[in-house]
Design a protein around this ligand. Sequence first.
Ligand code: ADP
Ligand code: MG
Length: 686
Amino acid sequence: MGPQRADLLKKELNIFTFGDLLEHFPYRHIDRTKVNLISEITPALEFAQVAAVLVNFEVIGQKAGKRLVAQVKDKTGFLELTWFQGLGWVQKQLEVGQSYLVYGRVTFYNGQPQIVHPELEVLAAEQQLGKNFLEPVYSTTEKLKARGLGARQLGKLTQLLISMLHERDMQENLPAGILQQVKLIGRFAAYRQIHFPQTLTEYDDAVKRLKFEEFFIAQLRMNLLRSNRHRFSKGVIFEKVGDNFNNLYKNHLPFELTGAQKRVIREIRIDTAKGKQMNRLLQGDVGSGKTIVAVLTMLLAVDNGCQACLMAPTEILSQQHYKTISSLLEKINLPVRLLTGSTKTAERKKILKELEEGTLKILIGTHAVIEDVVQFNNLGLVIIDEQHRFGVAQRAKLWEKAAIPPHILVMTATPIPRTLAMTAYGDLDYSVIDELPPGRQPIATVHRYETHRSKVMDFIRAEIDKGRQAYIIFPLIEESAKMDYENLMKGFENVKAYFPEPKYWISMVHGRQPAAQKELNMKRFVEHDTQIMVSTTVIEVGVDVPNASVMVIESSEKFGLSQLHQLRGRVGRGAEKSYCILLTGTKLGNDARERIKIMTSTNNGFEIAEKDLELRGPGDIEGTRQSGVLNFKLASIVQDRQLLELTKNMAAELLENDPDLISADNLRLKSFLNQQKGNVLWSKIS
Ligand code: ADP
Ligand code: MG
């Protein structure tokens, strides 16, 4: 191939190497063994493939209605083909009297079958392609087609490449035992058969083999990272449970811990006593009580002679943590300090000095705590709250803060489905608080159309008059920020009209405000100076106002599931019954309708996360995109869950028996892993 076409392949399809071409898998095959007769086509048949002769074609209609209509016939009847786009290009391919293989989705118009935008191939030329009953169809682009690199030509290139390859060019990487156990075909055969299968079974075998390989190798890498950390990393040893921990636990806990909280604390204790660095993800739905787990873990560090710090993604959240935690730790006379961007210079100097000398044991703050000027005397534990707001680079800094890397606990309220956690965080240890504190009333969630807004406002008024507070959230989507901003302002005026001063006061918070103004408005709501918070999603994470009992989400069809769930989690934090009202326009798409249905039927964050994964696929789940481990070519963590589970178990078992992959059977696996490039560092620092 000449350099120009090669460049185009790189640009359009990211195909740089022979390997890339081999992994440009066909998205379907044309089954040469199944040709429909035109008379057999019924509405029940979704796709049809017919071998037919072109009878005539013409362009009809004007402007937007312009289309190309062709008639083809076989020995049983006529079929109409229609094109609305690319008329010039299609016409050039058509020749009356020529035989074509026609494939496409069948629709019926006036009782007559027709295919819009069919795939067309000249039959005679097709027969030269060879013995393949199943001909691969590849995705390509208009630009490539124009340069003679359409689906057909990509197939020919791939066929040529495969004919030049030998078994030794694509060495087997899986152990023979596994191939036998799972009944997998060899690697070389799989690459050949996924492109050019002789039968459907051959194709299925190829897909099974390659999907297995994808998952298995990924699981193996994750497991290796984790087991190597367990075996070789150094960590501070928290060997005892000491006075501070015991004093708080026995004498000053405001409530009995839930079983799940106790279990997680136990998991952390075991993990931090081993002398290996802990790298643990703690998941717990909003309101499940992660804070107290964080506090007790910090006391564990302090009782073992170390400093601990807790980072939150925003000023407000860190202030809130500071308030809760300092009032708890006051009872055991343990000082805590807050360090954020707005800490005054004198106070900052004092904190830095105390940290360096080691007299200050517990620090809470924003990312100000990981700035270079902040030097700890003996940092043993870092807790990161609401992890997805922290960039990877920021987290990486933590490793340099102490001679022995501190234990790391990442807490997140964004529930991640099990399958996803297994894949994206397979190298981390994992704890979950899957139980809410007792006595919580479930939040009642309802769907209302915008046309009923005044009733919703009446409801809010009734709640406010009972002494409660309410949130009203507006979407703010970046691409159309200006319009959304105007909507927010309009919405604000509208709410004001329903709730006039001085009887009612309203806070408004959005991303375009200066930080100080944002803080002030937030503070007024927290302190109950205002009864209503009109806001964009900036309040999404972590804000805690137990007195708020109503969450209204405007244009909720524009939000994703996990975001809706996070927003809803802002209410239901106190003793009062809470409500979430999802307002939408009257016209709803299927997906939006589905999301609303899920929200009104469950409060369970993990269930919602599973649905979210099904609806959107893994690429969009927050916090996992950068991981890169979810980019499987063939396998899908949604559709192939069972396979994922299987590979996870098999990878774990294999490493248990042979942690260094030194047995003869595993050598090829080891050399394959060593050859593979790929950045895995990200996972070290989560
Ligand atoms: P999150 O996991 O969302 O950070 P928090 O730690 O803020 O949750 O806890 C939510 C609320 O539940 C707080 O007001 C906290 O005091 C309370 N809480 C936590 N654990 C318990 C418990 N075991 N029993 C009763 N209330 C609890
Ligand atoms: Mg929290």
